[in-house]
Write a protein that binds this ligand. Structure first.
Ligand code: GDP
Length: 456
């Protein structure tokens, strides 16, 4: 984008295109008020007060531009919310028009706004402006996309914590710690007569505790990634133990939020369920039932592939039979895998003599306990204790910062020149600045906002 375009006045439809109760058109930039004054019947705005009126198109009656006679065409009855800079989402003057939620009425108003001096916003441009105008840091801006795209309600809740600045505060705290050490080193280098260079012991202690701080933020990385991308859970077991029944039992309780996954193969059934984390359940049960040897072979291949890709396996056996030799053969495939041992058909047997989770896919008994166990096994920490989430870009920045501090720690242990040590310390600060967006290239920025929708 041209630099000059960065702060012109932009507009977009902020609500999904379709028929709904209300449609919202957003305008942001210097000309927001000028534009609304031209197309709205009640434009005497005051902060924090909405105005009711009509959006109108003033059609010039004559071709002569000096002729001021207009024909008024009414477009819709609306509510207009004014936000005066800097107290708005973007930090600029913002106007939000709430109209009736029909596809065409929303488009008509958008076209009118465009005709009167705004340009169409690009993806995520409102949030990008909020970031560029320092209304939020990059971790908060990224959380806006997370909230919009979250696959589960739990992830949406955690993303909101990021939006409120939890991650930003953590990173700023670590940055301040590093900056304090850097200031002491720099003072010692710049004013050797007045300021003593810091003790090496102080440096090694400080760097060690900074590494711990970074590690504490990174510790939730795996859980963050699972929250974001979801976990793949395969149901494995010999024929007729109740795999398909379990698949259905797990899903039917969440039928309302179950979605089909595109690209489902003919023989492997996949469905997503919301357990706080998005879990893709993979059922290979149908395959072996076909009885045809060749098909069975293919089925076994699919099972093995699903097994390789799975973050967790649900191994099912029939508790009326106990763990048979055939079960043991399948179990042998799981030796390097995280799995849950599931004894199905508990409604037919009182046997409870091992550490399996006892369930009945038929009656639903034990399914809730299984879900809890599943969530616990998939995440390394309880999602409820997760204070914030990080994305891979942020994790990369944190790892870069950690590596630099580690280099600085080693150099301090070797008592190298503090001038040299300061190079790594500065690199760590730059990595954290890249995370928060204090220092970031246009390419990275555009890439981030490309994942937003238009109107956000
Ligand atoms: P799969 O081949 O492992 O997928 O097994 P299915 O889900 O097709 O089940 C095989 C048979 O066991 C069916 O007749 C099911 O109705 C029955 N079944 C599955 N789960 C249970 C259960 O918990 N209790 C009882 N009594 N029957 C079950």
């Amino acid at each position: 984008m041209n630099v000059l375009d960065e702060f012109d006045t932009i507009t977009a439809i902020a609500t999904p295109v379709g028929t709904g109760g209300v449609g919202v058109i957003r305008i942001s930039g210097e000309k927001s008020f000028e534009i609304i004054e031209k197309i709205f019947t009640n434009p005497n705005f005051e902060p924090r007060k909405f105005n009711h009126g009509w959006i109108v198109d003033k059609l010039q009656e004559s071709e002569n531009e000096n002729n001021n006679e207009y024909k008024i065409q009414y477009i819709d009855e609306v509510i207009v919310l004014p936000f005066f800079a800097p107290n708005s989402y973007t930090g600029e003057d913002v106007i939000e028009i709430q109209c009736h939620g029909g596809v065409n009425v929303v488009k008509n108003i958008l076209n009118l706004v465009l005709k009167n001096g705004a340009r169409m916003a690009e993806k995520g441009e409102f949030t990008k402006r909020a970031f560029l105008n320092k209304r939020m840091d990059l971790s908060q801006a990224e959380s806006v996309a997370d909230i919009i795209h979250s696959k589960t309600s739990e992830f949406a809740k955690i993303s909101v914590k990021n939006l409120s600045g939890v991650l930003k505060e953590k990173i700023n705290f670590i940055r301040n710690q590093i900056f304090e050490v850097l200031s002491k080193i720099t003072a010692g280098i710049d004013f050797p007569e007045d300021v003593k260079e810091p003790e090496y012991e102080y440096l090694t202690d400080s760097f060690s505790s900074i590494i711990e701080l970074i590690d504490s933020v990174l510790s939730g990385a795996k859980t963050s990634n699972i929250f974001r991308q979801g976990a793949s859970v395969a149901i494995i077991g010999k024929p007729n133990v109740g795999k398909s029944s379990l698949f259905n039992a797990l899903l039917s309780l969440d039928r309302a939020i179950v979605t089909d996954i595109a690209g489902t193969t003919r023989d492997v059934i996949k469905e997503t369920l919301d357990l706080g984390i998005p879990v893709t359940l993979v059922d290979t049960a149908g395959i072996r039932d076909k009885g045809d040897d060749k098909v069975e072979q293919i089925g076994i291949e699919y099972s093995k592939q699903s097994l390789d890709e799975a973050d967790l396996v649900l191994f099912v056996y029939d508790c009326t039979q106990g763990i048979t030799e055939e079960d043991k053969d399948v179990l042998a495939l799981l030796k390097d895998k995280k799995y849950i041992l599931i004894a199905n058909k508990s409604d037919l047997s009182q046997e409870k003599n091992n550490n399996a989770v006892y369930i009945s896919a038929l009656t639903g008994e034990g399914i809730d306990e299984l879900k809890q166990e599943l969530t616990k096994k998939v995440c390394d920490i309880n999602p409820e204790n997760l204070e914030f989430v990080t994305n891979t870009r942020q994790q990369e920045c944190l790892r870069k910062a950690r590596n630099s501090i580690e280099q600085a720690l080693i150099a301090s242990q070797l008592r190298e020149l503090q001038d040299l040590i300061s190079i790594d310390v500065k690199a760590a600060i730059l990595a954290l600045d890249e995370l928060t967006g204090e220092l970031i290239t246009d390419d990275i920025l555009n890439n981030i906002f490309d994942h937003f929708c238009i109107g956000k």
